[in-house]
Design a protein around this ligand. Structure first.
Ligand code: RIB
Length: 313
């Protein structure tokens, strides 16, 4: 039971302000802090905190952020011996603004993540024989994502792609390599080419994406829950209502919970329910990696809410 995450590692530079600024506007905000983040690293932390053996493959840069990020990942028990120190550039950073309504916007400067390529895929290939699941996102160059998915397919490892940040230009050859694709509404719209804002449009998008070769599509619909479409069934994933304080890394929490569930041999529906619970818990705390729950926190949360509500209730 082990998961490899091949992806980005960022330091998040987080400002909080009453509201998000208009273009050209200067606002006085509440606070500033640096918080470990990056979609790849967040997903690795989400998996590791659920007690699953986890390895992260990616790059940090030539600065203090890189060392701090690495130390944090290792303290979560993540194997980082295949994380490369890239002397040619800085570590990835994300400028994140969060307002009093918990809305956010994010600008990512990839730094070392932008140099992930064939050499990193070689390090991945060497690690794949020990893995059950490979988790990918889109904060590293697309050719590296494609090569990593192909390597995992060749090794018989389950491939989950979180198509974030959203883009519409995934190569046709990527789709058949993906076992599970997990777009949110924005990403589903970009990929499918039409608005996705409810269960019906999510279902149509999932069908389009399955026709391109993806085996299973899980469309995350925020407060409406999520819809899972496989070759043989379509089902809605339960919602765990919580009071959201910060949604940064909620998608990462979902993907980490899903990968951890599959690595622990849970059936897809149970792994997806676990994913929804991990994502719900993550929005109750601020920040990316600090918001990701441990196995004990997840179990306590699930015990409190024995019967989650479904969108149809
Ligand atoms: O998914 C959340 C992450 O997106 C943040 O941690 C930030 O680093 C950006 O990559």
């Amino acid at each position: 039971m082990s998961v490899i995450i091949f992806g980005s590692i960022n330091m998040d530079l987080v400002v909080r302000s009453p509201r998000l600024p208009e273009p050209g506007e200067t606002l006085i905000g509440h606070s500033f802090e640096t918080v470990p983040g990056g979609k790849g690293a967040n997903q690795a932390v989400a998996v590791a905190r659920l007690g699953i053996q986890t390895a992260l493959i990616g790059r940090i840069g030539n600065d203090g952020f890189g060392q701090t990020l690495l130390q944090g990942l290792e303290s979560d028990g993540i194997t980082c011996d295949r994380v490369l120190h890239d002397a040619s550039t800085h570590s990835g950073v994300a400028m994140i603004a969060v307002d009093d309504a918990s809305e956010n916007n994010i600008i990512v400067i990839p730094g070392a993540n932008g140099n992930v390529g064939e050499a990193d895929v070689d390090r991945l290939r060497a690690a794949l024989p020990q893995a059950q699941v490979l988790l990918l996102q889109l904060e590293i160059p697309l050719p590296a994502v494609l090569a990593a998915a192909q390597a995992a397919k060749d090794a018989g490892v389950t491939v989950i792609l979180d198509p974030a940040p959203a883009r519409s230009d995934l190569p046709d050859s990527l789709y058949p390599l993906i076992d599970i694709l997990t777009p949110n509404q924005v990403e589903a719209r970009q990929l499918a080419g039409f608005p996705v804002n409810d269960i019906e449009t999510a279902h149509r998008a999932a069908i389009v994406l399955r026709q391109r070769g993806v085996k299973t599509v899980i469309v995350k619909l925020g407060k409406l829950g999520a819809l899972c479409v496989t070759e043989s069934e379509t089902f809605q994933i339960p919602i765990f209502p919580v009071r959201a304080v910060d949604t940064v890394a909620a998608g990462d929490a979902f993907n980490g919970g899903l990968a951890a569930g599959l690595a622990a041999d849970l059936p897809l529906s149970q792994a997806a329910t676990q994913a929804a619970a991990v994502a719900a818990l993550s929005v109750t705390k601020p920040g990316a990696q600090p918001s990701l729950p441990t196995r004990a926190e997840l179990e306590a949360f699930l015990a409190q809410r024995e019967t989650p509500s479904t969108p149809a209730d």
